[in-house]
Design a protein around this ligand. Structure first.
Ligand SMILES: Nc1ncnc2c1ncn2[C@@H]1O[C@H](COP(=O)(O)OP(=O)(O)O)[C@@H](O)[C@H]1O
Length: 331
C-alpha cells in the first residue's frame, strides 16, 4: 500500500490541495488549518503546480516537508497527524522513471533547439516558459499589457505569474495524459528552483554553454516562420581561435524557400534587450547553476559548434546515442 505521511508543519499549506488530490477525509481540517490555508499567498499558484506534478509521479511516497519549510514563516512543529492513502492516477510500470529534466543556459544558447529534439526522443513534453509567456502575450489576455512591458525590457516576469502559467500548462498536459517533462527556461531564479525542488524531483539539469561573443549574434539572428512556427537562425558564427580557446564555427540554419518570406523576429531580440537579458541571466539565473551543482544534478555541456556536431555529442554525453529513435528525432 502506498502512503503519504503528513506532518503538522505541512498541514496548513497542504490540506486543501490534498483534499482534492487524495480525497482526504474532512476530520483533518480544523478551523486553524483552513484559515491558515487562505492566508498563504502561494497557495493557489504553487499548489496547482504541486498538484499536477504529484499526480504525474508514480513513486510510492512524497516528501512534502521540504517544500513547506521553504514557504512557511512559522510552521507549527508538533508530531505527525496522520497517514493517508493517495489515489494515484496510474500505477502502470511504463510510466515509471519518466524523464524530469531542466535546461539551463544563457539567452541564445540553444535551449529550445536541444530541449525540443530531446523531448521527441524521450517522448516527454518540452515545456518552455518563454513560449508560455509569448502565448499569453498573443492571447491579449488580462496579463498581456504587463507582460509586454516586462519582456520588451528584457526583465524577468514575476515568479508568481510564471508559476501560474506553468501550472496552467501542466494542467492541460495532465488532461492529455502527459507525464515527465523537459523544462526550458524554468527555473530562472533561486526562488523558482526552490519551489520546483519542493514539489518534485528533477533528475538532471543540463547547462548549455556557449562563448559569450556567440550569444548576442545568435539571438540577433533568430527568426521564426510566422506560418509554420519553424525556428531558424541566419547568423553565421565564425570565431577564430585565441588565448587557448578553440575556433568555433556555427553555420546559419536557413529556412526552406517556402518560409523565407514569412520570417519574423522576436520583439525582445534587439541588441539592447538581449544585452539586458544576458545581464539578468548572470545576476539572477547564474546562481541557479550553483543550486543544482551542489546537489550533484548539473551536467555542464559546452556546445562544440553547430547543431549536427552538438546534437551528436549531447546524445553521447546523455548515453542516448544508441537510442532507437535517435535518427528520427534529429530529422
Ligand atoms: N522562468 C521565468 N521566469 C521569469 N521570466 C521568464 C521565465 N521564462 C521566461 N520568462 C520571460 O520570457 C522571456 C523570454 O523567455 P525565453 O524565450 O526563455 O528567452 P531567452 O531567449 O532569453 O532564453 C524572458 O526574457 C522573460 O521575460
Amino acid at each position: 500500500m502506498k502512503h503519504v505521511v503528513l506532518a503538522t508543519d505541512v498541514r496548513y499549506l497542504m490540506t486543501l490541495e490534498l483534499i482534492s488530490i487524495y480525497k482526504v477525509q474532512t476530520p483533518l481540517l480544523d478551523s486553524h488549518t483552513v484559515s491558515a490555508c487562505f492566508r498563504f499567498t502561494y497557495s493557489d499558484t504553487t499548489m496547482a503546480v504541486l498538484s499536477r506534478l504529484l499526480r504525474a509521479k508514480t513513486t510510492s511516497s512524497y516528501t512534502i516537508r521540504s517544500f513547506c519549510s521553504s514557504y512557511t514563516s512559522s510552521p507549527p512543529s508538533t508530531s505527525d497527524i496522520g497517514v493517508i492513502t493517495p489515489s494515484l492516477p496510474s500505477n502502470k510500470s511504463s510510466d515509471r522513471g519518466k524523464v524530469q529534466w531542466v535546461f539551463l543556459g544563457c539567452p541564445g544558447v540553444g535551449k529550445g533547439t536541444y530541449a525540443s529534439r530531446l523531448s521527441k526522443l524521450v517522448a516527454v513534453p518540452h515545456i518552455a516558459t518563454g513560449d508560455l509567456v509569448r502565448d499569453e502575450l498573443s492571447s491579449k489576455g488580462p496579463l498581456s499589457f504587463q507582460l509586454t512591458e516586462i519582456v520588451n525590457q528584457g526583465k524577468l516576469v514575476p515568479d508568481e505569474i510564471i508559476i501560474n502559467l506553468l501550472s496552467k500548462r501542466l494542467r492541460v498536459g495532465e488532461a492529455k495524459g502527459e507525464s515527465g517533462f523537459i523544462l526550458d527556461g524554468f527555473p530562472r531564479t533561486i526562488r523558482q528552483a526552490e519551489i520546483l525542488e519542493g514539489v518534485t524531483d528533477i533528475d538532471l539539469v543540463i547547462n548549455l554553454k556557449l562563448r559569450e561573443e556567440a550569444l548576442l549574434a545568435k539571438c540577433l539572428g533568430r527568426r521564426t516562420c510566422s506560418q509554420c512556427g519553424g525556428n531558424y537562425n541566419i547568423a553565421c558564427i565564425d570565431i577564430k581561435a585565441d588565448h587557448g580557446n578553440p575556433a568555433m564555427y556555427m553555420p546559419p540554419l536557413l529556412p526552406p524557400p517556402h518560409c523565407a518570406s514569412k520570417l519574423i523576429t522576436r520583439s525582445d531580440d534587439t541588441e539592447q534587450v538581449v544585452k539586458e537579458r544576458l545581464r539578468i541571466y548572470n545576476e539572477k539565473s547564474r546562481p541557479v547553476e550553483e543550486f543544482y551543482r551542489i546537489r550533484g544534478k548539473l551536467l555542464e555541456f559546452d556546445l562544440p559548434g553547430g547543431i549536427p556536431e552538438s546534437w551528436t555529442k549531447l546524445l553521447q554525453v546523455l548515453n542516448l546515442d544508441d537510442h532507437e529513435d535517435t535518427r528520427s528525432a534529429a530529422a
